[in-house]
Design a protein around this ligand. Structure first.
Ligand SMILES: CN1c2c(nc(N)[nH]c2=O)NC[C@@H]1CNc1ccc(C(=O)N[C@@H](CCC(=O)N[C@@H](CCC(=O)N[C@@H](CCC(=O)O)C(=O)O)C(=O)O)C(=O)O)cc1
Ligand SMILES: N[C@@H](CCS)C(=O)O
Ligand SMILES: [Zn+2]
Length: 768
């Protein structure tokens, strides 16, 4: 019998229960015991869903209160001393690393949080010291959760982030210079101890995730697999058997690492992303090793194409026999929403095209049966074939007018009228900005009042007029606060937006959107990606009404605020039947019209956010990456280049790892860039000098993910550091990202300090 397996299940629960419990705990509304009990309830519920679907290998330790990499930081007692020194409870210490802690005299910022591979999930970076040690935490979480499932009668396979990936995804702490991978020999014995404890608890097998295997690896990282997995092999039967899991790419280029895995039970590969790696991987397996074939997509919401998956599985079975093949999800289902069953408003025809986590779990189970006994699941196979046909034949997907417009796109449409120097001269006259201009990234606090009013509007409990009036009042408030703070370029605050991508998806033809399809983005924060089902176009302006109103009541320049084409694409669930470059160009054309409409309506600073530009970068260097960069950069330029020289185009990126990506950002030709930087070493900005970057930049000076209000001195120190790498005339002062997740008192406090710090530098440099 072929077995089925799931690599991880979403944690939030059907109604975002974990988010609600976490936020209630942080607001002191529920006790620690209540939060822990909610975690337990969710874990059991999720295991049962998988058990009832007939999944053979169910994961444990995939649950996390905040982030699974952060769990491992605590599991290995790799918690920086600034947190342990606070003597918080283990749970509060954990949240302090995730989101900072500023309470009862304790003031510690969060650890850095960055993108998980090319997904919209964010993990907390292991932050390691020169004299780092590792020990196993008391009552280790993977053992505890394995036993919890066992008590409930559910045998599970614990999931761990592997030692090489844990270190390779980490960094040296500020003030340390250690290359994390050199800490391997200290870490591996702790893994062995943990694996022994899991075996003693009854675990027969573990899933060890080594997703860094899909990257181009430094030789030091490649070399680390051998000693780590040899140490595991040396533990023999004292530890569970190991399946090494990789995902989001192929591992063919790292085949020279595979001898390190000679003694593991099996290897998991992502056959959704890279089906072509199937045969080469099969050829590399040892005579008794198992292939875990990831055929059910953990990153998208399209129903599995059973015929296609069965083709891959049959190839595997032919080579290895049924006992050595496991049917699996391509990756953890963390990146998919909980269940399609919650969606009551999707058009009936498209509903049939989708599968969320609960449905994908069933798909894995059906495929495992179908591959050796199709008649046992004939009805399911027929229904699947009918759904595939319904989508392929649908008229929803194809809009000839959109295609016609795409054919008329010219090279010239990608270029601004003049080079930056001439544009800037025009903008200077037009906008009269001071030295070190201050601005924010767009959103202001999305208060519960805003969400309640929007919810009432969605449910029809208030009229459009009432909702519009409410939004106008919010914009009034945002403008008034910016007056008081003394900022230089204003934003309207985005109160009308549920999310920077969903909002646009809801206004564009070619999309459908959901009511409950939440996916965790970081910590308790979730997103509800809209779904691209067909060719995209803009039936009407999307943001002009709010920006125009905001500009009309503002005495300073008002920035229009759009989400760029690449980010709209990446943070939606894209089509899988049309190349992403085509979808992106359609979005770019829709946004180009919006940019020009904003300009026509008196908005002369327009920010087009592209925080997902880097996330979309293929994980390995090479032709695929070059091709992506070409179409991604062109899409941004197509969206923005139609404006006059005097209109200032801003763009924003909330990630700090821009060194290997600098040329793409520069190629956008945006007049001003804002980039997340407050938690990184200012030295990273050196690339702007090295590359003689001519345009203007606002490296973030304030970590918006944390409720912490940094003191004024911290802002001044940050600006001072930045001035070592940037010319004063090119420096803007702004936070890392939008402020929607913060509370107004935090925002006012932090921005007061930020503006005061900027004013002091302005004074100093104007005198000089
Ligand atoms: C900049 N970031 C974003 C990413 N991806 C996006 N798609 N959007 C982003 O902004 N990726 C990288 C980063 C990640 N950062 C964030 C930051 C903040 C959030 C966030 O705040 N998410 C919200 C949900 C946002 C939303 O869609 N809100 C809706 C619905 C609100 C709601 O829950 N309504 C209630 C009813 C109202 C009530 O009674 O309170 C309900 O439906 O039950 C809205 O505002 O209308 C979050 O809360 O998690 C995400 C990523
Ligand atoms: N304008 C958006 C950008 C987030 S990346 C905001 O401010 O929330
Ligand atoms: Zn951002």
């Amino acid at each position: 019998m072929v077995k089925s397996s799931v690599l991880g299940f979403p944690r939030m629960g059907v109604l975002r229960d974990l988010k609600k419990a976490n936020e209630a705990y942080w607001a002191d509304k529920i006790t620690q015991e209540a939060l822990l009990a909610e975690g337990k309830r969710l874990r059991l519920a999720h295991w049962k869903i998988q058990q009832e679907a007939g999944v053979d290998i169910i994961p444990s330790n995939d649950f996390s209160f905040y982030d699974h990499v952060l769990d491992h930081i605590q599991l290995f007692n790799a918690v920086p001393a600034r947190y342990t020194a606070q003597k918080l409870s283990p749970l509060d210490e954990y949240f302090a690393m995730g989101r900072g802690h500023q309470k009862a005299g304790v003031d510690v910022p969060a650890l850095e949080m960055v993108k998980w591979f090319d997904s919209n999930y964010h993990y907390v970076k292991p932050t390691l010291q020169d004299n780092q040690t590792f020990t196993l935490a008391a009552d280790p979480k993977p053992v505890r959760e394995f036993l919890e499932a066992k008590e409930a009668g559910i045998a599970t396979r614990p999931v761990l982030v592997g030692p090489v990936s844990f270190l390779a995804l980490g960094k040296a702490d500020r003030g340390s210079t250690v290359d994390p991978i050199t800490l391997l020999d200290k870490l591996v014995p702790v893994y062995v101890e943990l694996l022994k404890a899991l075996k003693a608890a009854g675990a027969e097998s573990v899933q060890i995730d080594e997703p860094v295997l899909v990257f181009d690896l430094r030789p030091e990282v490649k070399a680390a697999f051998k000693p780590a997995y040899e140490a595991f092999a040396a533990a023999g039967d004292a530890i569970p058997s190991i399946v090494v899991a990789t995902y989001f790419g192929d591992i063919v280029h790292n085949f020279d690492v595979l001898p390190a895995f000679a003694n593991v039970r099996g290897i998991h590969v992502d056959l959704v992303r890279n089906p072509e790696q199937l045969e080469p991987v099969i050829a590399q397996l040892g005579p008794n090793q198992i292939l875990s074939a990831g055929v059910v997509d953990g990153r998208n919401i399209w129903k599995n194409n059973f015929a296609k998956s069965l083709g891959l599985l049959q190839t595997a079975i032919k080579a290895l026999g049924p006992e050595r093949v496991i049917v699996a999800t391509s990756s953890s289902l963390l990146h998919t929403p909980h269940t399609l069953a919650s969606e009551k408003k999707l058009p009936a025809d498209v509903y049939e095209w989708f599968s969320f986590a609960v449905e994908k779990v069933k798909e894995v189970s059906i495929l495992a049966k179908a591959v050796t006994d199709p008649e046992a699941v004939r009805a399911e196979l027929d229904a699947n074939a009918a759904a595939m046909k319904s989508r392929a034949d649908s008229t929803r997907t194809n809009d000839p007018k959109v295609k016609e417009r795409q054919e008329q796109v010219t090279e010239e449409m990608h270029h601004r009228k003049s080079p930056f120097e001439s544009r800037y001269a025009e903008q200077k006259k037009h906008l009269s900005l001071p030295l070190f201009p201050t601005t924010t990234i767009g959103s202001f606090p999305q208060t519960s009042e805003i969400r309640i009013q929007r919810n009432k509007f969605t449910k029809g409990e208030i009229t459009e007029q009432e909702y519009d009036d409410f939004i106008k009042k919010e914009i009034d408030l945002a403008v008034q606060i910016q007056d008081e703070l003394g900022l230089d370029v204003y934003v309207h605050g985005e109160p009308e937006r549920n999310d920077m991508v969903q909002y646009f998806g809801e206004r564009l033809q070619g999309y459908v959107f959901t009511t409950h399809a939440w996916v965790q983005s970081y910590g308790s924060r979730c997103v509800r990606p809209p779904i691209i089902v067909g060719d995209i176009s803009r039936p009407a302006p999307m943001t002009v009404k709010e920006s125009k109103y905001a500009a009309s009541i503002s005495k300073k320049p008002m920035k229009g605020m759009l989400t760029g084409p690449v980010t709209c694409l990446r943070w939606s669930f894209p089509r899988d039947d049309v190349h992403q470059s085509v979808q992106c160009q359609q979005l770019a054309l829709a946004l180009r019209d919006e940019v020009l409409d904003l300009e026509k309506n008196g908005i002369f600073v327009i920010q087009v956010d592209e925080p997902a530009l880097r996330e979309g970068l293929p994980l390995r260097k090479g032709a695929e990456r070059d091709a992506y960069l070409k179409w991604a950069v062109n899409s941004f330029k197509l969206a923005t280049a139609g404006v006059e020289d005097s209109t200032q185009i801003h763009s924003h990126f909330c990630y700090s790892e821009f060194q290997d990506f600098f040329h793409a950002i520069a190629a956008l030709d945006a007049d001003v860039l804002s980039i997340e930087n407050s938690k990184s070493d200012a030295k990273l900005l050196k690339v702007f000098i090295d590359e003689a970057y001519p345009r203007h930049i606002g490296p973030g000076v304030y970590d918006i993910h944390s409720p912490r209000v940094p003191p004024e001195a911290e802002f001044k120190q940050r600006i001072q550091e930045m001035l070592q790498f940037l010319r004063p005339e090119q420096l803007w002062i702004n936070p890392d990202c939008g402020l929607k997740t913060r509370k107004w008192d935090e925002v006012k406090g932090a921005l007061t300090h930020m503006v005061n710090a900027a004013k002091q530098f302005r004074e100093q440099y104007t005198k000089a």
